[in-house]
Design a binder for this molecule. Sequence first.
Ligand code: ADP
Ligand code: MG
Ligand code: ZN
Length: 597
Amino acid sequence: MSKKRDDKQKNTKLWIYLVSLVVLVILLVGLSIFYLNNKDKEDETTLAYTDLIKEISYGNIEKIEMTVGSTTVKVKQKNVEEEKTSIVPDTESFIGLVQEKVAEGNEIELVQKQKNILTQIPSYIVSFLPTIIMLALFIMIFKMQGLGEKGKVYDDTERKTKVKFDDVAGLDEEKEELVEIVEFLKKPEKFTRMGAKIPKGVLLYGKPGTGKTLIAKAIAGEADVPFISMSGSEFIEMFAGLGASRVRKLFEKARKLAPCIVFIDEIDAIGSRRSSNSGAETENNQTLNQLLVEMDGFSSEETIIVLAATNRPEMLDKALLRPGRFDRQITIPTPDLKGRLEILKIHSADKRISDDVNLESIAEDTAGFTGAELANILNEAAIIATKNKHEDIENNDIEEAVKKVTVGLEKRTRVYSEKDKKLTAYHEAGHAVVSRYLPTQTDVKEVSIIPRGVAGGYTMYKSDEDKYYISKTEMQEKLIALLGGRAAEKLVLDDISTGASNDIEVATKIARDMVTKYGMSDTLGPIDFQGKEPYEMQMFGEDIGDKIGQEVKKLIDTAYCDAISLLQQHRDKLDSIAETLLAKEKINEEDFKKFFN
Ligand code: ADP
Ligand code: MG
Ligand code: ZN
């Protein structure tokens, strides 16, 4: 939530700068036009200085009007209606000259005026505007870079968070582990008296949206200490050398506010393994080194606990994990069934939820969803319910929200040709029929050829119960189900389309993981080939890449052949489902089952 607020602040600031820039530019253009116009007028009626002197000595000048600080004078000649202007090189000697003439008996009226703001400003502004604009630009860039001393870095720092452990659903064991940290922050003496060292750093591992920031805030909230946060990516966005100085400032601030929590989000951005020597890397190293220096530096009297979050633990520099640094690591998992239910409960508490809503069944349908996604679903459901003019959020609003979040918004208005429609119908029917005959695959929940998001159609499966392990057979069958769409296109229309690109992408990734991560290929065996440095790969021999490619291809080819033969075997089902889709656009779980009775 604070991220959103930060973004908002960033945006408003940006807007203010943009608007002021636009105003400045308009001013520049307007004023220069004004100024140039004035210039033009002057040009028509100027009197050269030498002519002016001549005219004065002939006694032809009636009145001279001077402005303090300006070399431009207005003169009125006798018998000439129009006033003229003239540039006087040296005003003082000019005044002396005129006064002399007056003393000689010439009747010249000499008027000295104060600066006329209106006529003076344009020339000033015109000459200064480029500088002003440059300055504005610089300030803008600096602010965006986060250089502003009191800028976004410390924006929500002094504020204490109100988040409590109760606001974090599920994660009971993780909370239990962190209660200790809360105790440390509340009563450090209690522990130091015993000779216990207060932990300095806790690393939270977990996918985005699993609640890492939330739980970090909850620790600060429970301990009632300030929460100082910064994101790793903010450190490296900046000009060279500034990352380290910002780390220093962050900890200066922390020392002043201690006891407190320092939260570094996306720590992988600064703490990634120090390997190469590119410019960006060196910059990161300085930042990382500074962070290490700071963490090693504070004594046990300063109760500062550094929490850091990342979803890529394997990227982290090992130096970060040494004792006295981030020596505690807590994995924040994606919520299980119970966790999802609790998250749904927390986020529906402030919403009008109808009695027919069954949060349990929604929790069941959303295996693999993170807390952030679940919160998002309930929010979308509230919006959909409003659009549907429902009294409260109904079950179908939530179901629609789930689909919206997973596949995208239904686009009934998108026109597509009969040919496309047929292709989509067979593609989706292909997925559905194939998976129906694969024992490990979950039941089909809905098949539709109504476009949603970027997809032309979709086949939704019932959600898996939470599983810890996936077997090789299950993965192989998943590949077959994924390729069922492409197989049906080929089989029925004898042509293939781009509609299968996402299926192919997912299938390829699964096949690659099977070979390189889960050791499921017989030829290559149980070896982890993923995320290895080039030198590590060398120990497997030069042609290992080729072998991996061959194995991946074999898995995909086999799956594709299986999909084709399954569809050939059940061609009648494929045809009737595709035809029903063409007629009705959507088939639900019950109707789908009827095809197979
Ligand atoms: P992360 O930092 O891991 O990316 P966040 O802590 O920013 O995730 O979570 C984003 C939002 O998702 C939270 O503000 C909260 O609304 C919701 N959320 C995530 N996990 C939970 C949870 N366990 N309990 C309640 N809400 C959660
Ligand atoms: Mg976060
Ligand atoms: Zn598909």
